[in-house]
Design a protein around this ligand. Sequence first.
Ligand code: FAD
Length: 301
Amino acid sequence: MYNEIALFAENLGAEVILNAPMKKYTSFKCGGNARVLVIPQSVDSLQKILGFCYSKNICPLVIGNGSNLLVADNGIENVVIKIGSKISNIYLVDDETICCEAGASLKSLCMFALENSLSGLEFAYGIPGTLGGAVYMNAGAYGGEMKDVLYSCKHINENGNLNELPQSELNLRYRGSAYTDNGYTIVSALMKLKKAPKTEIKAAMDDKLQRRKDKQPLEYPSAGSTFKRPEGYFAGALIEDCGLKGYTVGGAQVSEKHAGFVINKDNATSTDVLNLIKDVQKIVYEKHGVKLETEVKIIGE
Ligand SMILES: Cc1cc2nc3c(=O)[nH]c(=O)nc-3n(C[C@H](O)[C@H](O)[C@H](O)COP(=O)(O)OP(=O)(O)OC[C@H]3O[C@@H](n4cnc5c(N)ncnc54)[C@H](O)[C@@H]3O)c2cc1C
């Protein structure tokens, strides 16, 4: 079955990697292999590959830049489809509307908005994901979120058909969207922005990036904030208050710079990261009675 899918994808011109090391495709840089990793060359081939998988009752895991994923050490017994630079066109639809394909990085999207004097995406500058991952997660930072700019989104549904959802049906909420619920594959999105002077946009982008460099442990692999913000609290502050900054399990550590980040300090395994996460959840619950939920998507066991 997996070989059939690999062959089908290869014949369509997709890049196919068998037993793909997921540490190469995730920002945490740990975890096992995926049985088959497919990188489609176009939306058309993506649609055909998804359709073929669905016809075989296989529901692949679709990923973008892997910057919010932790793959278990025993890997993924499934087809993984990575949507990357081959599906990353960005263009203007009208003066204030950008269309962006799912595999484009948020960095290129923000740069495109800047070049066209369009404001609204500055918050996303420095988030190391793709547009697809950002819509799925309703990525946000510094008071902004994808919800503020999204107008509509195109996807491939469970029957392999291309379709579209307007903003009112995207169900965008804190780190979630309609796609978190329906599992469809995001193909592209329209975003409505506002004209503003380039100098102002650039200053706001530089400011956000500098704040990240100052506060976040960007020198180590991670998946960003490990935990969601619990209502009424900040995960990092709760963790710090429990004296857990620098807490280490194997090669994984609660960052000394920002307690909300679990980092891969020294060749951590995913088991190290998972055990550390469980310890942090237990200790924070015992001290504060707050249940920390992971923002990072854990794949496999
Ligand atoms: C240093 C660092 C800083 C970060 N800062 C922030 C931040 O400020 N704010 C924030 O919100 N996040 C932040 N993140 C987390 C992460 O970058 C975001 O969640 C980002 O939106 C994930 O995009 P991705 O392409 O890497 O998605 P992935 O990690 O590849 O996937 C994330 C989820 O989206 C799904 N998905 C991805 N692409 C598609 C698609 N095309 N169709 C359907 N489903 C899809 C995947 O199945 C998975 O469930 C940070 C991460 C790091 C490493």
